[in-house]
Design a protein around this ligand. Structure first.
Ligand code: PBG
Length: 327
């Protein structure tokens, strides 16, 4: 019988030694919880394609944020769904818009929570595109002016960080300039720097009612086949003044997360998007997968790939699960 000299299994023999040699640890500190806010009172509307996730009116949103804070999750990212959508997405640029009022209410009730706002137009426009549409395509530079207006309303409402997700060229620089010129130099920017035109966003578009009414987003979001282009996008956003760089989606893009991690010294965030979440939920409901184990494995893999922060709809469950492990 051949007896091996090297035996890696020695360090897998029991729980203690496995804990001691574990290389990647998921922490509640890594989590950012996305929330959807709608008009009205006492609205808690289930999002069918994302079991356990809701569209919430501001009153319920505030309660939810209290719970999130209580669970030790440091940050939320907010998506607003206005009552009325129009061609320009006016609600997005109004101090009385849905997001702006939601931020003020949260900051008043739970000042400790770190509030990030998604900065984009697709939830606010009747055509569902991420900016001003001119001749059937999103006009880049006109959208930059709109983004500058939008972030100032978020800043005045009290956000800690803005997260532009529209993939417009120059968006980080335009937003940094608008913030700095108006005394908001302390507000940070997390850029959706490498955001792909992905079918994994399907359920989100139901949640945010933001599906494009014509065409698709391939003239601004990236081709899933491209990796070098992601690095080019990331380099530009670092130069333009982003504080955190995001890769999105996460699970099918672990190679991109790894390459970005190795290239830059800023924190890297990854968005475990709606489709990734809903696939797990569906399989778990069928009894085909263990939801807790698979979710923890996926998020640990995203972290192992190089993400410092993870935006995930599972954040509340994960916070509870991690607390169980440690108690
Ligand atoms: C755009 C935005 C999208 C997501 C986050 N911000 C959708 C899109 O680009 O169509 C998707 C998030 C998810 O799928 O969970 N504002």
């Amino acid at each position: 019988m051949f007896t091996p000299y090297y035996r890696p299994r020695r360090l897998r023999r029991n729980e203690n030694i496995r804990r001691m040699v574990q290389e990647t640890q998921l922490s509640v500190n890594d989590l950012i919880f996305p929330l959807f806010v709608v008009e009205g009172k006492r609205v808690k509307k289930p999002i069918k394609s994302m079991p356990g996730q809701y569209q919430l009116s501001i009153d319920y949103l505030v309660q939810e944020v209290k719970e999130v804070h209580h669970l030790g999750i440091p940050a939320i990212i907010l998506f607003g769904i206005p009552a009325i959508k129009d061609a320009q997405g006016k609600d997005a640029m109004s101090d009385e818009g849905i997001i702006q009022r939601a931020v003020r209410a949260i900051k008043e009730a739970v000042p400790e929570i770190y509030v990030i706002s998604d900065v984009c137009f697709c939830e606010y426009t009747d055509h569902g595109h991420c900016g001003a549409v001119v001749e059937g395509d999103v006009d880049n530079d006109a959208t930059l002016e709109m983004l500058a207006k939008q972030v100032l309303t978020h800043a005045r409402a009290g956000v800690d960080m803005v997260a532009p997700s529209g993939m417009m060229d120059g968006m980080v620089a335009a937003i940094r300039k608008a913030l700095d010129e108006n005394g908001f130099e302390k507000i940070s920017i997390m850029s959706y720097a490498a955001k792909y035109a992905s079918a994994f966003y399907g359920p989100f578009r139901e949640a945010a009612e933001s599906a494009p009414q014509f065409g698709d987003r391939r003239s601004y979001q990236m081709d899933p086949a491209n990796a070098r282009e992601a690095l080019y996008e990331v380099d530009l956003d670092v130069k333009e003044g982003a504080d955190i760089i995001m890769v999105k989606p996460a699970l099918a893009y672990l190679d991109i997360i790894r390459r970005v991690r190795e290239r830059i010294n800023l924190p890297v965030a990854a968005y475990n998007v709606s489709g990734e979440f809903s696939m797990v939920k569906a399989a778990a409901q069928m009894g085909w997968l263990d939801e807790k184990k698979i979710t923890l494995e996926i998020l640990t893999s995203i972290k192992r790939a190089g993400a410092d922060l993870i935006l995930t709809y599972s954040a509340k469950d994960v916070a509870r699960w991690l607390a169980e492990v440690n108690s």
